[in-house]
Design a binder for this molecule. Structure first.
Ligand code: NZQ
Ligand code: ZN
Length: 381
């Protein structure tokens, strides 16, 4: 194990009807004015908005609404939310949605108390925010694990860039699997694949020491695959969604990363693909992962063989990557760029730009060149 510090800022309320329990404990700490932030309206259709609004009203809060946070939230939307927080003197931000809503709010929280542009602070000056407006998250779509960390993934449209911006971690998170029952099947599977990806990206980081985190990561991967298979039989299986909701949090709350380095190269490629195409995150990962793994399989043969055996009951490293690809197909997830929903046509020229602008990870099994990333992307076309 490498040296590490672990402490946790987010209190989790997990399970059916946990919102009422959470609000009973947390309302008193929220202050008077609460910004109720959500996305494109799913929360109004499934009743979550009414339930949360009633809880806030019962607590005597003044509610400031901030809606329309889009999938792959933009930097512009962050600034719009920040202006509203300042104008209405918001004391607490409540993010109700999936990873996009939660991420946008985490960055709004930090930006609202800064005098300077948060992108410049982090990417030009290399400094990170130390404070923010207190925040809570009510998760309605699981997969990203965004509710248990401080980093938001934001698309800066002018800079043609998508990536992490450190904001503020939620003080508390409500994880009620019943809230996810209205998520459409494709989003359920792409969210769950994102979870699997987080655990894989962590596990395949460079490692020269045996590590308890690897055993935990493999357990999370296997459980994620098992419960995705349950959903293939019955997509409304609440137990399976419940397990996947905690798998999602476990994969990105830092526990799997304790004492080891991580990879996250597939994520870096997918984020830049997202900057150019606005494609769905989990679906982009489904396309990229098998091709990426075929390139690095010889650089971490033992790790791949163990992954194959534990996660897919496959008897070789290569068979494990084949099983991953077959599983992606079985879940109805895309395996080719042409199957992604994209705002623009995905051409070799566009993929060259993605390869030339994505982050390159130095802690994966092998550092890739930009040409090799381009080759990987072309193999996915
Ligand atoms: O906007 P609404 O109307 O709410 O609809 C959303 C959206 O269209 C819908 N949805 C959410 N809850 C629902 C629901 N529909 C019906 N019933 C419900 N209960 O689902 C659609 C997708 O939502 P979104 O929040 O975009 O999905 P997800 O949770 O997958 O988040 C994706 C974003 O998170 C980032 C991704 O890059 C992407 O921008 N990530 C964040 C991470 C983090 N902060 O740790 C890590 C990840 O690697 C990832 O990069
Ligand atoms: Zn992800």
């Amino acid at each position: 194990m490498n040296r590490f510090v672990f402490s946790y800022p987010t209190k989790v309320y997990f399970g059916e009807k946990s919102a009422a329990q959470a609000f009973e404990a947390e309302l008193g700490k929220m202050g008077e004015t609460v910004m109720l932030a959500y996305g494109g309206g799913s929360v109004k259709q499934n009743g979550v908005y009414d339930e949360i609004k009633t809880l806030l009203e019962q607590g005597g809060k003044t509610i400031v609404e901030f809606s329309g946070i889009m999938p792959n939230p933009t930097y512009k939307k962050v600034q719009e939310g920040t202006a509203l927080v300042r104008e209405r003197h918001v004391d607490f931000i409540l993010a109700v949605g999936g990873g996009s809503v939660i991420d946008c709010c985490k960055v709004i929280s930090a930006q609202a108390v800064l005098d300077e542009d948060i992108w410049d602070l982090e990417y030009v000056k290399g400094r990170f925010p130390a404070a923010g407006i207190p925040l809570g998250a009510v998760v309605t779509a699981s997969g990203t694990g965004a509710e248990m960390n401080a980093s938001g993934v934001i698309t800066h449209e002018e800079k043609k860039w998508k990536g992490g911006i450190f904001g503020v971690a939620p003080d508390f998170a409500v994880l009620d699997p019943a809230y996810t029952m209205s998520v459409p099947p494709m989003q359920v599977f792409s969210g769950a694949f994102d979870t699997l990806s987080h655990a894989m990206e962590t596990y395949f980081g460079r490692s020269d020491q045996d590590n308890v985190s690897d055993d935990v990561a493999l357990a999370v991967m296997r459980n994620t695959v098992t419960n995705m298979r349950r959903l293939l039989v019955n997509v409304q299986d609440m137990q399976a969604r419940s397990n996947l909701m905690w798998d999602s949090a476990m994969a990105e709350n830092g526990i799997l990363k304790c004492g080891r380095l991580t990879d996250f190269q597939a994520h870096q490629i997918e984020h830049q693909l997202g900057a150019y195409t606005d494609c769905n995150h989990g679906q982009g990962l489904a396309v990229i992962h098998p091709a990426y793994y075929r390139h690095i399989i010889k650089d971490a043969p033992d790790q791949f063989a163990r992954f194959a055996k534990v996660v897919f009951d496959a008897d070789s490293a290569e068979a494990g990557v084949d099983a991953l690809k077959d599983f992606i197909i079985a879940c109805g997830l895309p395996t080719k760029m042409s199957q992604l929903r994209s705002t623009v046509e995905i051409t070799p020229q566009l993929l060259r730009q993605v390869a030339d602008t994505c982050n390159i990870i130095k802690t994966g099994p092998r550092e890739l060149s930009r040409d090799e990333i381009y080759d990987i992307l072309l193999e996915c076309l």
